[in-house]
Design a protein around this ligand. Structure first.
Ligand code: XLS
Ligand code: NI
Ligand code: NI
Length: 449
């Protein structure tokens, strides 16, 4: 693991986060705001180190590119790695800052969109040259630091050409352009040993059904995903493709609405073997689900691949992408993750941004340290709940009537509807109420959090 010496080899010509070294683990009692209290990367919990459980990743777009602009005002954050105007040099400076940051946090992964790394050029060919240049630079940085690529993706939503969608655009020339862009992003991800590739639904959806042939657009999306998958497999990519559900924003209705919708789509179009789900906290709550609900739906199908960690806000309905800080919520999530055997191929990507008025560079550290510690604390709590409380026993006991006799026969498919009618008649409406004991379950959680 990176110590102070190896950090020196990663820091570029200019040190961006001066005065900050490798963030140490100091335990819950420390007063040091730049230390982990719960994330002890080598601590073994439930048979794996914390580092292995989480596979934490820094999201390039928010952390290196997000300068705080919003619909009401100009950017607020003067990131020194964006000072140089030449696009490739700026991209290299940004990458120096990225690897300095990731290494100082001691995290194993990062994630990017193609044009987070380097600004898009006027033509596809020029963009490809830029991506290759920054890709070679990334390779060096990754080798020197040991930091790996959790996933890559293509930004198919920012440029005006994608205003009506990319894969689902009613204009084929746009679909073809998206294909060229995804091919380049796949090439880059593969060249960098990326472990997964993500499709977030961008502007795949609609603003008005009046001008939209939904069935045709969904078929185009499936066709496109098959082509992308076939191409990547031909290039030897062995990783997993993820779809990231989101119900709305920027489209009024996004096609990848929630976990259940995406599972149905993948199943209908024969994509289940290659794709899994990347579940994001704030997208779950936008869909009026809880995060743990979305995780459980994915896990039930063996399709829980990865997580975009953040949180929404109780008082509004936007994708505010705040850093996680709710230990209770994440503990419920960790229960689902642990009980389902962990994430399949993915990790925990901090798809979260500091607030517009958090303008110090050190705020990026506070934000990540806080989010990381919330997950670490939640893991410890969830593991304790599963192993040192009667949580599982209590939940199993609610279903005890299916473990024997008629209930068991029902579960194993031995009964007909007429049998249920006969059994109910002989019970003659004599049903004792069984308490759900929700408050007792909640108290167990609170005891270990
Ligand atoms: C936007 C998404 C996006 C994806 C990557 O809401 O969360 O950040 O994770 O395209
Ligand atoms: Ni996301
Ligand atoms: Ni999001």
């Amino acid at each position: 693991m990176a110590n102070q010496n190896s950090i020196q080899t990663i820091v570029g010509a200019q040190e961006y986060f001066k005065g900050i070294g490798r963030i140490p683990f100091e335990g819950p009692e420390t007063d040091n705001p730049l230390a982990y209290r719960f994330y002890d990367e080598n601590r073994v919990v439930a048979g794996r180190t914390m580092r292995e459980h989480f596979k934490f990743a820094v999201a390039y777009w928010h952390t290196l590119c997000g300068t705080g602009g919003d619909p009401f005002g100009a950017p607020t954050k003067a990131f020194p790695w964006l000072n140089v105007q030449d696009p490739v040099q700026q991209a290299k400076d940004k990458m120096d800052a990225a690897f300095e940051f990731i290494t100082k946090l001691g995290l194993p992964y990062y994630c990017f969109h193609d044009f987070d790394l380097v600004a898009e050029a006027d033509t596809l060919a020029q963009s490809e040259q830029r991506l290759q240049a920054i890709g070679a630079y990334a390779r060096e940085k990754m080798n020197a630091s040991g930091v790996r690529l959790l996933w890559g993706t293509a930004n198919l939503f920012s440029h005006p050409r994608y205003m009506n969608g990319a894969m689902t655009n009613p204009d084929f020339t746009v679909v073809a352009h998206a294909g060229a862009q995804v091919k380049m992003a796949l090439d880059l991800t593969i060249a960098l040993g990326g472990e997964n590739y993500v499709f977030w639904g961008g502007r795949e959806g609609y603003q008005s059904l009046l001008n939209t042939d939904m069935k045709r657009e969904l078929e185009h999306m499936a066709r496109f995903l098959h082509m992308a998958k076939d191409y990547a497999r031909k290039q030897g990519f062995a990783g997993t493709f993820f779809i990231e559900p989101k119900p709305m924003e920027p489209s009024k209705h996004q096609y990848d609405f929630d976990s259940a919708t995406v599972l149905g789509f993948l199943r209908e179009h024969g994509l289940l073997d290659d794709f899994k789900l990347n579940v994001e906290v704030n997208h779950a709550t936008l869909a009026l689900h809880s995060f743990q609900h979305e995780l459980q739906v994915a896990a039930n199908a063996g399709m829980l691949g990865s997580i975009d960690a953040n949180r929404g806000d109780y008082q509004n309905g936007w994708d505010t992408d705040q850093f996680p800080n709710n230990v209770y919520e994440i503990t419920e999530a960790m229960l689902v993750i642990l009980e389902s055997g962990g994430l399949r191929g993915g990790g925990i990507n901090f798809d979260a941004k500091t607030r517009r008025n958090s303008t110090d560079l050190v705020d990026l550290f506070h934000a990540h340290i806080g989010g990381i510690d919330v997950f670490a604390r939640a893991l410890l709590a969830a593991d304790a709940i599963l192993h040192h409380s009667d949580y599982r026993t209590l939940r199993r006991e609610r279903y005890a009537s299916f473990d024997k006799g008629d209930g068991k026969a029902f579960e194993s498919g031995q009964l007909q509807l007429e049998d249920l009618a006969r059994m109910a008649a002989s019970a003659n409406g004599d049903i004792a109420l069984q308490s759900g004991k929700q408050e007792r379950f909640e108290n167990i959680l609170n005891r270990f959090v």
